[in-house]
Design a protein around this ligand. Structure first.
Ligand code: NCD
Ligand code: ZN
Length: 420
């Protein structure tokens, strides 16, 4: 008999159908109308989705664990229905060479509640070659941001793109042209936007297109037009909830300081609509936790970044409930596409896939409260907004979250070095 069976309204082939998922040794072994198992989870009318994957988080370990670390960050992920995260390389020291990458992996190993992969950053092809077998992807920063890891030179970018392609390493780009960013004193979200105009983003994307950067992923796209530009050029796009839900009119002050910046209300609304129409490839939170103290500094010296791994999927589930976004679009952006693009056997409820599932009760609308979140940073830019959090999360066939509370162990694995 099958070890574990989950019965409920399953998301299969783009729609919800009553059925059973059979799980053995961490994998989905059967999807049928009726299945019998040693243990059964009856989700009833609740909906059973593939767990989400966040292709863009900053878990701050090593070097800045006062802001976050892998155990707090991965608990936050789990609480938000995310069972795979890709961590960015602007940790300290930056993940830019094999020795540092190995150290980071050693430090993180055994501490994560969810599966993870590591991005690296370097402008030296030989370093990328050495790291390639162990990485989820290469990150290129065309605009300066937290960590000052800049590569904004066409020749150098082109060289790295070619190398990454030859090594089959996925590439994600922070697309803001640094030469178009102003460094004037800023006292408000409006000033920050003036310092980092949308033109800087458009120009970075245009340059990538001119470089033939097919297959590259554009991170945290803020403008609807760029979603189309990316698609036409054969690139993928990633959108973060804060650019869809928050704008420079928000009362967040320095808490809303982030790169790329929050934009005008109209631009935000257009982005939200375009995402709802299915024009973005993926969702990525750009979870960039900074402490409440740091975010309470004067606007000008306050670090850029907002947390989000924990609220990304729940906020979008509320949008689905309001009929703003089709469920199938959300699952494609948050589950199917990230898994497919970064080669993780997850993202669909299908035989052979990892048994990573999240169960939601669409009637359980709640409001986000920073004090109830698991991220170490202790605040959220979405305070008071509607969200639907998962009730149960299963990872590798193990129950990792129950009744909305984490209940599992640090069984997260590295998607490259401990193949799933
Ligand atoms: C990120 C951070 O804090 O690490 N900040 C941000 O504003 N998004 C860096 C980044 O991804 O740009
Ligand atoms: Zn980022």
């Amino acid at each position: 008999m099958i070890d574990l069976v989950v019965e409920g309204r399953l998301f299969l082939d783009g729609e919800l159908k009553q059925g059973c998922v059979g799980i053995e040794n961490g994998r989905i072994v059967a999807v049928k109308k009726v299945l019998r198992g040693e243990t059964k989870i009856d989700a009833g009318y609740r909906i059973v989705l593939p767990a989400a994957m966040d292709p863009h988080v900053h878990f701050r370990q090593p070097g800045m664990t006062n802001k976050e670390d892998f155990s707090s960050g991965s608990l936050a992920a789990l609480h938000g229905g995310v069972t795979t995260v890709l961590d960015m390389p602007n940790t300290f020291p930056p993940t830019d060479r094999l020795a540092v990458l190995k150290d980071k992996k050693r430090i993180v190993r055994g501490r994560s509640y969810v599966d993870y992969g590591m991005f690296v950053t370097t402008d030296l092809p030989r370093r990328l070659e050495a790291m390639a077998p162990h990485v989820a992807g290469l990150k290129i920063f065309m605009g300066s941001t937290t960590g000052s890891l800049l590569d904004n030179d066409d020749k150098s970018i082109h060289r790295m793109l070619r190398k990454a392609e030859a090594l089959h390493v996925p590439v994600s780009v922070h697309a803001e042209d640094d030469s178009m960013i102003f460094h004037e004193e800023a006292g408000s979200l409006k000033d920050h936007l003036r310092n980092r105009p949308a033109d800087a983003e458009f120009n970075a994307v245009r340059r990538l297109i001119a470089l033939g950067a097919k297959g590259v992923n554009i991170c945290h796209v803020t403008r609807a037009e760029i979603l189309d530009m990316a698609t036409e050029a054969g690139m993928s796009s990633e959108v973060a909830p804060h650019h869809m839900l928050l704008d420079i009119g928000s009362p967040l002050g320095a808490r809303g300081k982030v790169n790329p910046p929050l934009r005008q209300p109209l631009a935000k609304d257009a982005l939200y609509r375009a995402v709802a129409q299915g024009k973005a490839t993926m969702l990525g939170s750009d979870h960039a936790p900074h402490t409440v103290d740091e975010k309470s500094e004067d606007f000008d010296i306050c670090p850029s970044g907002v947390p989000g791994v924990e609220t990304m999927f729940p906020l979008m589930m509320a949008a689905v409930k309001r009929n703003d976004i089709p469920l199938a679009t959300l699952v494609r952006m948050a589950c199917e596409e990230p898994a497919r693009r970064f080669n993780v056997p997850k993202g669909r409820i299908e035989e052979g896939m990892m048994a990573d599932l999240a169960i939601y009760d669409p009637r359980e609308m709640s409001t986000i409260e920073g004090s109830r979140l698991y991220s170490k940073c202790g605040w959220t830019p979405y305070e008071g907004m509607e969200a639907i959090f998962p009730q149960t999360v299963i990872m590798h066939g193990e129950i990792q979250l129950k009744g909305g509370e984490p209940c599992g162990e640090t069984i997260g694995r590295d998607i490259k070095d401990e193949p799933l």
